[in-house]
Design a protein around this ligand. Structure first.
Ligand code: CA
Length: 232
């Protein structure tokens, strides 16, 4: 069965014909698809309800795709495929670290888009399964008890460290900015700074190292944020 069956996909694309063709292909694959044609409608809709995947055009009337992606990443890690009309744009977009998961260049075949959507959903699912682990995997997180185990041994974490680790481990290989991580702390944002995140992360990494030297799966990405890299 396709990875896409039953998934909610939002397409933000001002070329209506193109958006409709994509929708038809994805619906044929089993997805539930919503269309938006104006950039200003995207963030309000996403704040109301986050889908399973977003196909986001770069050039839109109103709020552009860049801004939408950046703002979206402040409150959600939903997989995003960015669509751009120019292949040269992709390098620049990658450099901006918008947090998009994949890029597709126009013109494309709808089949290619469906294949990319399937692949990304499969990847996201695999990441989640690998990271948030059922007993026996490298990292085990027990939400109810706020308990984490690393390679079978207990990590003695504070609630803040637990939340940070959980946020990172939910999106292995994906860089989260300090602002995104702050969102996970449920603290008063007016009184905590980016440095707060850094110091909690530092303590978290030390605790991995205490269990096994060189095993720390948290990576610092200079000027951007942090990511979790599982070794399995
Ligand atoms: Ca466009």
């Amino acid at each position: 069965m396709s990875q896409v069956v039953g998934k909610r996909i939002l397409i933000v694309e001002d070329e209506r014909k193109l958006a409709e063709v994509l929708r038809d292909y994805l619906v044929a694959d089993g997805a539930n698809v919503d269309l938006l044609h104006h950039g200003d409608d995207a963030l309000p809709a996403l704040r109301l309800s986050v889908p399973d995947l977003v196909l986001l055009d770069l050039m839109l009337p109103g709020t552009d795709g860049l801004t939408i992606c950046r703002e979206l990443r402040r409150f959600s890690t939903v997989p995003v495929i960015m669509v751009t009309a120019r292949v040269e744009e992709i390098d620049r977009l990658l450099g901006l670290e918008l947090g998009a998961d994949d890029y597709i260049c126009k013109p494309f075949s709808p089949r290619e888009v469906v294949a990319r959507v399937r692949a990304l959903l499969r990847r996201t699912q695999a990441w989640q399964n690998a990271a948030i682990a059922a007993p026996g995997s490298e990292l085990e997180l027990d939400d109810e008890r706020f308990e984490a185990r690393w390679r079978g041994r207990k990590l003695d974490l504070t609630p803040v460290e637990f939340r940070l680790l959980k946020a990172l481990a939910h999106r292995p290989g994906h860089v989260l900015s300090r602002a995104q991580l702050l969102e996970q702390l449920y603290m008063d944002h007016r009184i905590v700074s980016d440095r707060t995140v850094d110091s909690h992360i530092k303590n978290l990494r030390r605790k991995f190292e205490e269990i096994e030297v060189g095993s720390d799966p948290v990576r610092s990405i200079y000027g951007v944020g942090y990511k979790y890299e599982p070794s399995d």
